[in-house]
Design a protein around this ligand. Structure first.
Ligand code: UD1
Length: 341
């Protein structure tokens, strides 16, 4: 069975390709390499013994996308990761985000309709919940007005898929990720942030390796036990496995609705300080950090209610926070050895 993974050389995409290939799926990657490197293909091949088929083009290009789908009309399903994801940049360049993230999705859905390809798994985010009133947050919690154009593209994409599904044979699974961190156990693939990272985990490992002088802890006056903000961190391999399960649910006709939504997290919230402590414990490395003011736009606390994903998908995140922070460190050290850190 052939599966298209858009953004398959990216962080979550590459881990998902590895898990798909391990299960015997034939993978085709489409990526424009705007935020990833072609060498990732070699590393996937090193892990799995198989090099995925790769096509480099921009999914915003309607003609190229249409030609691709005509050529691959035998696809069993699509996992769509390819998107821009920097929150701050999206505030500065909103049209770049709306154009890239939405036009690509529209072109893919068009290609699916034209070639009668039924199944799409979409990479959404817990950002759609904003600061939820009730924690842990369930899938039926209200979607709150997006704070950033990036967040808005996730919300609008969910709506585009739902509306298209109602009017066509297309089925969708929308996966709302909490905070994926860590890297593959081989340290052959992982997160490769361009420039200064915005996310916590790469900032921690880059500080520990000496690229950054200290971590800035954004805010210590939140209404949380230690005053720092709380998130639900999950290991990227656990997250990747959930995509394979979602694809199989679609292929095996197990869906109960034409569009289903699942939270993907561990169900446990950890504060920024707890992540720092875990990093120090799991690696033996001391981290320089300074407490700063809150980062504008950050929410105070969020973690997932994972009951629906656990029961319906039969999926559970199994890796501990210490395993996540240790694997992120192993990856950072490999990057440093290769002179890429
Ligand atoms: C961010 C985005 C979210 C997106 C997700 C995907 C915002 C407001 N949200 O989530 O929409 O889906 O990334 O990657 O940008 N922290 C520090 N110091 C740092 C970096 C982070 O203290 O240098 C703190 C943050 O304040 C936050 C936590 O660490 O409390 C996690 O931050 P981050 O990794 O950026 O993820 P989110 O903000 O949850």
């Amino acid at each position: 069975m052939k599966i298209l993974v858009t953004g398959g050389t990216g962080y979550i995409g590459s881990h998902t390709v590895v898990e798909l290939q391990a299960k015997g799926y034939e993978v085709v990657i489409v990526d424009d390499l705007s935020n990833s490197s072609v060498e990732v293909l070699d590393h996937i091949a090193e892990i799995t013994g198989k090099r995925p088929v790769f096509e480099q083009f921009d999914l915003k290009d309607a003609l190229k996308t249409s030609a691709f789908f005509s050529k691959h009309s035998d696809l069993g399903g699509i996992i769509h990761f390819a998107a821009f994801k920097a929150v701050g940049e999206s505030v500065e360049f909103p049209l770049k985000y709306y154009q890239n993230n939405l036009v690509s999705l529209i072109n893919i859905l068009q290609g699916m309709m034209e070639n009668k390809i039924r199944n799409i798994v979409f990479s959404s985010s817990c950002t759609v919940y904003g600061q939820p009133d009730k924690l842990p947050v369930k899938e039926d919690a209200p979607v709150q007005k997006a704070w950033s154009p990036y967040g808005n593209t996730k919300q609008i994409s969910e709506e585009i898929i739902s509306d298209t599904s109602k009017a066509s044979g297309i089925d969708g699974i929308l996966l709302r990720y909490f905070n994926p961190i860590g890297a593959h156990e081989t340290a052959l693939i992982g997160e490769l942030p361009l420039g200064v990272p915005n996310s916590l985990m790469p900032y921690i490992t880059q500080t520990a390796i000496g690229i950054r002088p200290f971590l800035r802890v954004w805010g210590s006056d939140y209404d949380t036990p230690d005053g720092t903000a709380i998130r639900d961190y999950l290991h990227v391999t656990d997250l990747a496995v959930a995509h394979v399960i979602a694809v199989e649910r679609m292929l095996n006709g197990k869906m109960k609705q034409k569009v289903e939504v699942f939270n993907l997290g561990t169900g446990n919230g950890f504060s920024v300080m707890q992540v720092i402590e875990s990093f120090e414990r799991s690696t033996g490395v001391k981290l320089n950090y300074q407490i700063m003011d809150r980062r504008p736009g950050d929410i105070e606390k969020v973690w997932a209610d994972t009951e629906f994903a656990n029961k319906e998908l039969g999926w559970k995140a199994v890796k501990s926070l210490d395993e996540m922070t240790a694997s992120a460190w192993k990856w950072e050290k490999v990057l440093a050895q290769k002179g890429k850190g």
